[in-house]
Design a protein around this ligand. Structure first.
Ligand SMILES: Cc1ncc(C[n+]2csc(CCOP(=O)(O)OP(=O)(O)O)c2C)c(N)n1
Ligand SMILES: [Mg+2]
Length: 421
């Protein structure tokens, strides 16, 4: 790999280095045999670098809104490096999540998606910024608004949309649906508000016990933040100095009510009392990445902390909520105009001349094509056969041959053949 690329890679986090390295290898014509793995989801298939010679430029960007700190003397970096390839990757991922959610809504309206469906439109920078900081040993566990997270953590667009439509090419073979998607190091997808935080504490404990060096990020909402089990986790995580980051995605609303009507203290980054906390502009992908990198270092060296990501959800809580009974259309419109994470990042990229208008258009087109293919797969792929209704009930084979409690069918315990998506 030419020296210029190697130098640029040194500026990136380990995980990011791996991702960008793969992309660079592809751009500069390495053979497929040399590539350790296929491109990660969200990575440009036709890199912008293929349009003209790769010039791996780096810019320093100042974070627009300062971090607020609780029981911390030093906070995350406010001056951060951004390379052209990172810029392209983040923009692509932001757009991909936006389109993925639009496609989810469309398939839901066509009645191809049944049951729950929670969209994260407006909150994309939280997911992209967090995942940009993760290293291969770190883990993530979240609530039910997870289509974008599943995609970033390794599920493909087909995997996500087919999962929603209950198809066998879904990332959980169509058995999980909107709230139960998984990927390497991603523990879902949990429908019980707040319960994922306790799971996260368990994952962090396992990391510590096994000495993996990994940090677990457990995501929860402003509504979940008032749940008792979260405070129990704060206490135990601090006592045991677990490598854990409590991430409160404060999108200002719970299910049908506002944060200020539901919480006595809406400064969620201070809610851990003895736990340190940091407030982050969750509409700024670079601010989220910087805070997450800081949090990983802190959690590894000193134990848990809270990160509040201030964000906004454009859609209702779920598909049955128009999202206008507890807030005005004007408010939503205003946030879209002034705080949209994609418009903001696009503007940063143009302002610092790290991506051109033409490159932005190519990224847009690539995302569009990827999603179109995924929509077709979700529409036309097959469902799992009925014989798989009982497959994968246990990860290890069970002592009983037949599945109990299924009437009218003679189902055996089995393992479904996994379609990698
Ligand atoms: C234990 C429990 N109580 C209630 C619910 C119903 N419920 C689902 S989402 C939600 C509100 C959560 O709001 P928030 O944590 O702010 O997340 P957001 O939907 O804004 O992402 C509630 C009360 C549930 N799923 N689990
Ligand atoms: Mg909320």
């Amino acid at each position: 790999m030419p020296g210029m690329y190697r130098d640029a890679l040194k500026l990136l986090s380990a995980h990011m280095r791996q991702q960008v390295s793969r992309m660079l290898q592809r751009c500069i014509g390495c053979t497929a045999a040399k590539l350790p793995r296929p491109l990660a989801p969200g990575q440009p298939e036709t890199s912008i670098a293929e349009q003209k010679p790769v010039v791996q430029e780096v810019r320093l960007v100042r974070i627009a809104m300062d971090f607020k700190l609780h029981k911390l003397e030093l906070g995350p970096d406010t001056l951060v490096a951004l390379t052209a390839l990172e810029a392209a990757l983040y923009l692509r991922q932001l757009l991909a999540i936006r389109r993925l959610e639009a496609a989810s809504a469309q398939l839901y309206k066509e009645r191809l998606v049944r049951g729950f469906c929670h969209l994260s439109t407006g909150q994309e920078a939280c997911a992209v910024g967090l995942c940009a900081a993760l290293r291969k040993e770190d883990n993530l566990v979240a609530g039910y608004r997870i289509h974008g997270l599943a995609y970033l953590m390794g599920a493909t667009a087909v995997g996500v949309l087919s999962e929603l439509a209950g198809k066998s090419t879904g990332c959980a073979q169509g058995k999980g649906g909107s709230m139960h998607m998984y990927a390497p190091n991603f523990y879902g997808g949990n429908g019980i508000v707040g319960a994922q935080v306790s799971l996260g504490a368990g994952i962090a404990l396992a990391n510590k016990y096994r000495e993996t060096g990994g940090v677990c990020f457990a995501l929860y909402g402003d509504g979940a933040a008032n749940q008792g089990q979260i405070f129990e986790c704060f206490n135990m995580a601090q006592l045991w100095k677990l490598p854990m980051v409590f991430v409160c995605e404060n999108n200002n609303y719970g299910m049908g009510t506002s944060a200020w009507r539901a919480s006595s203290n809406t400064d969620y980054y201070t809610r851990g009392d003895f736990l340190p906390g940091v407030w982050v502009d969750g509409q700024d992908v670079l601010a989220v990445r910087s805070a997450a990198r800081f949090a990983i270092q802190y959690a590894q060296q000193r134990g848990p902390l809270i990160m509040e990501l201030c964000t906004y959800r454009y859609a209702g809580h779920s598909m049955s909520d128009p999202g206008t009974s507890y807030r005005s259309r004007e408010e939503v419109q205003l946030v879209r105009q002034r705080q949209d994470p994609i418009s903001r990042f696009r503007k940063v990229c143009l302002d610092i001349s790290i991506l051109s208008e033409q490159q932005l258009r190519i990224i847009d087109q690539n995302v569009h094509d990827e999603m179109e293919k995924a929509i077709q797969a979700a529409r036309h792929d097959a469902e799992l056969p009925l014989s798989h209704l009982g497959s994968d009930v246990y990860s290890h084979s069970c002592t009983e041959d037949k599945l109990r409690g299924v009437f009218g069918h003679n189902l055996e315990h089995s393992k479904a053949v996994c379609v990698k998506n």
